[in-house]
Design a protein around this ligand. Structure first.
Ligand code: C2E
Ligand code: MG
Ligand code: MG
Length: 639
């Protein structure tokens, strides 16, 4: 239904005329009687309202299109969209010049079948759209691919509607707009959203989505026993941070890309290998027949990383991986990736280079550590940590020459073993503010002792995280400056494995501090991989022989031989050697006989508070070398 266009135009003209008349009459003119003017005005308003209705439901557009068939071609000829008119059997009767964009001329297409141009996969949907249009429904936008003259497929968005030509009923009007650029852009955005630029692997967002889908599918398929064959494998390269520091980030990136290729090649193609971030990879296994198969895969991947060194920057770098495995099943279903991550951390905590399968208690461990981290943070903020000092004694003079500062924390009145809370502090980064406090207090205490005439130095332990924190060297210099402690009275203790792994900025920071006179000690010597030959390159001032050597003295001939060699080489290089963990008089005797003049351990004194140290320094160490006599600490430990 509707007014023919001509009628509409006449009505509009009448309405406008009437309104003009009203305006003129109200202005005081005398064109007609007021009653006539008002009637004409009402009619005009009714018409305007009706016109607005028509405009709203789009019928005017239809009317205009009917009324201006002759204008149609002119329009179609000019628009950049392709306009086609087809028979009801899909034969193209008219093609606008815009088909030139696809490499065709209008004449080439006219007479050909539409379906030849549409991608086979899109034909069914196309046919549905055509049926809907024939039935007179409003045109929907319909995305499809069409073949251009050179055979490539182009993405278009098209509309199909009835074309109402009077003498050829049943024709269809089709418009098509090229959206290839949009599609390409959309694809690129999707790609970037879901891929990692460095390795070309899918990223964390992708594997998370994919894991969710896989788990949903599994749960829907078998509600009672969700599929046991879905699993996740988390891989973290051990010591990668050290590698990055020593060979540079560019080479580190190359190494990651190589690792990615190795992993991808070793995992069945139906399973996802993704880069989780940093040096971590996540694998979502969906194709395994059984749980043991997934664990086998994880073991194989561990071998693939460790078997052959990586070649980057003209160097061969051997790495191991910490690997965690989680299996979907039971209640663990929703937390597959998280659980694999937890198991991976566990593998790392156990020393790396191994595979751990997630077990429920691991989650409890993680929670416990999180709670500990939060309590520790509060303690650090409130300055609730305390320091104890363990004396280092010169055996020949019985004098205390220095102390090692050791941090202590009581949680709800209970002392927490340092190894436990320091691990948490290291993981959470809390060790940096914690270490700042320790350093400051230790320096202040040593400065106070020296002010009181006690010429002793202080050693402070530094972890990897502390040494690699931004501005580390500057913060040490500031602490010295503000407490007035001479740099030569401070020794930084760095564990052997940290010192070996670390290069780059960390080594630069340590070198800078040494230039200022701060001393450097290699802690836990003998437990890592520093060979004696390497000692010279490390340029340290002090070697602290690990207690594991000292404890075995007297029972184990090899250990004794090694200890003797360490002491000898240290002295040859002009490095001070301190034996740690001296617990029994025979340890002391043997060490002295080997030429080691400095040591610390429970036999001499347990760690104690500052007042205890003061008393000990003033009295001197009442050392004994009589075998079997002093098995208890000579100086009473602090409570
Ligand atoms: P470390 O630097 O090797 O410190 C020596 C550890 O050996 C101390 O344990 C000390 O109490 C213990 N020890 C001393 N004499 C003997 C002995 O005769 N026998 C035995 N079995 N042990 C002895 P503690 O205080 O539990 O510290 C453990 C580790 O925690 C330290 O090892 C050090 O690496 C780290 N640490 C301690 N305080 C700090 C700190 O303030 N900052 C950082 N970053 N690490 C710290
Ligand atoms: Mg130490
Ligand atoms: Mg030590």
């Amino acid at each position: 239904a509707g007014l023919p266009g001509a009628t509409l135009a006449a009505a509009l003209a009448a309405a406008v005329a009437a309104l003009v008349t009203i305006g003129w009459a109200l202005d005081g003119g005398s064109f007609a009687e007021p009653a006539v003017v008002v009637c004409a005005g009402l009619a005009a308003l009714a018409l305007v309202a009706r016109t607005a209705d028509l405009l709203r439901d789009g019928r005017i557009a239809a009317m205009i299109s009917q009324e201006s068939q002759h204008r149609f071609r002119e329009l179609a000829d000019r628009t950049s969209d392709v306009v086609l008119i087809c028979d009801r059997d899909g034969i193209i009767r008219y093609a606008s010049p815009a088909v030139g964009e696809y490499g065709y001329t209008s004449a080439e297409l006219e007479g050909r079948s539409l379906s030849e141009l549409v991608h086979p996969e899109d034909r069914a949907a196309g046919a549905r759209t055509v049926r809907a249009a024939t039935a007179g429904r409003h045109p929907d936008r319909f995305p499809c691919r069409v073949r251009s003259a050179d055979g490539t497929w182009r993405h278009v968005e098209s509309t199909v509607s009835r074309y109402r030509e009077v003498n050829t009923p049943g024709q269809l009007l089709i418009t098509a707009r090229d959206v290839s650029d949009q599609v390409a852009l959309r694809r690129q955005v999707t790609y970037l959203t879901y891929h990692d630029g460095l390795t070309g692997l899918p990223n964390r967002a992708y594997v998370e989505d994919r894991a969710k889908d896989a788990i949903d599918r599994a749960a829907a398929a078998e509600p009672d026993r969700p599929s046991a064959q879905i699993g996740a494998v988390f891989i973290d390269l051990d010591g990668f941070t050290g590698v990055n520091d020593s060979i540079g980030h560019g080479a580190g990136d190359l190494l990651l890309a190589q690792a990615a290729r190795r992993l991808r090649a070793a995992v069945p193609s139906g399973d996802t290998v993704a880069r989780w971030g940093g040096d971590e990879f996540a694998i979502l296994v969906e194709s395994a027949a059984s749980a043991p198969e997934i664990v086998d895969l994880a073991e194989r991947l561990a071998g693939i990383i460790a078997a052959e060194p990586f070649r980057v920057a003209d160097r061969e770098i051997s790495l191991t991986a910490s690997i965690g495995v989680a299996l979907a099943g039971g209640r663990a279903l929703g937390h597959l990736l998280r659980n694999a991550d937890v198991a991976m951390s566990r593998a790392k905590d156990l020393g790396g280079g191994r595979v751990e399968v997630f077990a429920a208690h691991m989650h409890a461990d993680v929670m416990r550590r999180l709670e500990m981290a939060s309590d520790l943070r509060a303690a650090v903020t409130a300055g609730k940590l305390e320091l104890q000092y363990q004396p280092v004694v010169d055996f020949s003079t019985s004098q205390v020459i220095g102390v090692e500062a050791l941090v202590r924390w009581s949680r709800g009145g209970q002392p927490v073993p340092p190894a436990e809370f320091l691990g948490v502090a290291e993981d959470s980064g809390l060790v940096v503010p914690l270490g700042e406090q320790v350093l400051r207090e230790a320096c202040a205490q040593a400065a106070a002792w020296r002010g009181a005439g006690l010429e002793i130095g202080v050693s402070v332990n530094f972890s990897l995280r502390q040494l690699t924190a931004a501005g580390f060297a500057a913060s040490v210099l500031t602490a010295l400056d503000e407490t007035g402690l001479p740099p030569g009275a401070l020794t930084l203790e760095v564990a052997e494995r940290v010192l070996i792994d670390g290069a780059g900025p960390m080594a630069d920071g340590l070198a800078e501090l040494r230039r200022h006179g701060v001393r450097l000690a290699i802690d836990d010597f003998g437990t890592g991989y520093a060979s004696l030959a390497y000692l010279k390159q490390l340029s340290v001032d002090v070697i602290k022989i690990d207690p594991s050597f000292v404890t075995g003295l007297g029972d184990d001939a090899t250990l004794a031989m090694l200890t003797r060699t360490i002491i000898q080489v240290g002295h040859d290089l002009g490095i001070e050697v301190v034996a740690e963990g001296i617990e029994r008089p025979e340890h002391l005797d043997l060490l002295r006989e080997m030429g080691c003049g400095l040591g610390q351990g429970y036999l001499i004194a347990k760690p104690m508070d500052a007042a205890g140290i003061e008393a000990l320094v003033r009295s001197g160490w009442q050392g004994t070398t009589v075998p079997g006599e002093a098995t208890a600490p000579v100086v009473a430990p602090a409570k």
